[in-house]
Design a protein around this ligand. Sequence first.
Ligand SMILES: N[C@@H](CCC[C@H](N)C(=O)O)C(=O)O
Length: 262
Amino acid sequence: MSHMIEIPFHKYQGTGNDFVMVDNRSQLIDRNDKQYARKLCDRKFGIGSDGLILIENHKGYDFEMIFFNPDGSQSMCGNGSRCAVVFAQALGIIENHTTFLSTDGVHTATINNNIVSLSMKDVPPEKTQAFPEHFIIDTGSPHYVVFTSNLNQKAVKEEGAFIRYSEEHKEKGINVNFVEKLGKHQIAVRTYERGVEDETLSCGTGVTACAIAHVLHGGISPVQISTQGGDLTVKFDLENGTARNVFLEGPAKKVFSGQINL
Ligand SMILES: N[C@@H](CCC[C@H](N)C(=O)O)C(=O)O
């Protein structure tokens, strides 16, 4: 970031997971400079959000979304992808259906009355590790999933940080999800996100991992997930241990627009 620029931005949220969106089709922002994410996502000195998303042109797809955590690290973001789809529609890039590129590859999505249904990657057994007390499942981002009772009383930030900074996970980091079973088709989830290093109100790749863990534990798809920021649905088929035809569904909305000088 060498000289001062004025950046038009749009703030979106998907079940309370909030993102700064920048239409970067004219390459206003250097996508290799992590300082933009650090500055724009800062809740005291910037706009404030759980991540920065750049929308860029891509030859083979409707668009490419580039996601950054507030610390500048990159990973797949389920809620951010859902918000990016609504943003792409507002920009006139797409109508109600899209095929686009995200951090972990190609996704499709459909928008119906502000509900975005996003295809997620298959999750084969190699991406699912079951331990006596928890699961580790990679749904584009790595997730530690632990079942609990009294979810509302959980010290998610403290207990999540303890696992995320443990000897095993401190180097690459991991997102930590606490899950309470509410029924065969229902769970409640609270998530500590790496890169934010705090609890967020919802995490799309996180609830996808939790829904898969729930079905491996006797639950049934579709799974309704209640998060601190609203409700999501995850559906998939489990075939020989592989979760296929995985869809993450829920609302995504614009909150406000503005411009910032950096
Ligand atoms: N909020 C996201 C996940 C964002 C990435 C995550 N913090 C990581 O670094 O793995 C979601 O909705 O999936």
